[in-house]
Design a protein around this ligand. Sequence first.
Ligand code: SF4
Ligand code: SF4
Length: 469
Amino acid sequence: MILVHAEKCNGCGICVDYCTVGAIRLDGRLAVIDPERCTDCYVCLRNVVCRLKALDKGPLEAFADIFGHVLSDPTETTAETGVPGRGTEEAKTNDVTGRVRPGEVGVAIDMGRPGVGVFLRDVEKVAKAVCAAGLVLEPGDVSPLGKVLKDLRTGEMLPEVRHKYLLSIIIEGKTTLDRFPEVIKALRAIEGRIDTVLLRRHHPPRRRRRASPAHRPALRIRAPAADKGQGQRRPGTPAGRLTRRRADRTPPSLHRKEQAMTHTLHRHGDRESLKDDFVWLMYQSKGINDKDIAPKARAFVDAAEAVGCSNWGDVKSGSILKLSPQEIKERIGDRSRIRGVLNSREQVTRFLKLVKQQDLGISVVVSGLLDEVLEACREADVKPHTINYSLGVWGRRDLLPDDDTLAITTMCGHHMISARFVRRSVEDIRKGKISPERAARRIGELCPCGIFNHVRATRLLARMAGKGA
Ligand code: SF4
Ligand code: SF4
């Protein structure tokens, strides 16, 4: 838990607006941290929101506290899986891992996202329900949840961690196509009995089986020769195809106010708002193609810069909204995972063409409106390997902010942006204290990955503040 040095705090309240889960309140002229709710995400510390340096790290000694911090702070790396962020590759590297195979359905249930937070006792309820319905959970060396489960087969949690509150965690596993409807039914049944939100995603098999239109991949094409990856692959997995994820075919009934939501980290908004918002990620896979990453990461950056990428970053350092591109490039290492934002389909097409030419042997994820991404792939002659569908937010949706605010906060997939800070920024714009563009950049600085789309955010903020656009 974060500590407050009472002798330094003047009660200005600035930190309250930044806290991702509302764990800071003012008691008179003193900031007070809720010990049960502070997730140790370190947004307040990393961004030095207290100029008086009244906020400080508290001790992290108990296993549950260390686990909570690593899962809530995306700049940390989960030791067992070797993955920063939330500690799992999911289906981002399915083209080289073959984690989800034809005839299987990969399922990722994001608990606590977007921006609500979650107690592990609620995670246990959902894990038990989906295990009973036939979901086989991933072990702890693949997905962090496995580390805190007493029994991977049943979803039973270690008792000593049930009280722990995190920013988010993924329940990840797979099942067969036949059993998939049972998993969905189990989630339907449990969503009313948890005090948080959950976001469901699934990764359908590449080979088409009988499936409903909403669950069917829209495109399955052979990988082009130029997409050959490098490194060892597990038997039976196709070579080096682009891994692309997105969901725009979600049944409208699943959407809050029928808003569309892309997969990538729950970007929220209607079609008009999302049509110039694309995210790309480079993703190496542990033990397969995770060697000699730095020069490849720099090559991704070169491609992004060549097409005019508006924001990019390395979660270990930060984004170009906060640091100079040169600073980030100099810090790139073999654990770096570079991500960025593109603002038109034409940019996506050019980016894919360049990445294909580079033939780096690293999985590439592109997220955006499904038909737009498919068209960009077609134009670049790139054959998607895996499609990741987002099926919406379930559970306590009443805890979410309004749709406009959510459209901004969800542009940081790790939820480093609080709804309060967005509201304060809108207020500042209304009062003429800051321009929409500067406010968008200020908010975007909180997202360390570089996937915050400040161009789109400028437009949204201006509209929210009644300044046109
Ligand atoms: S920003 Fe610093 S001084 Fe202001 S309330 Fe928070 S801890 Fe106190
Ligand atoms: S921003 Fe994160 S680390 Fe800081 S008080 Fe809030 S929950 Fe705790």
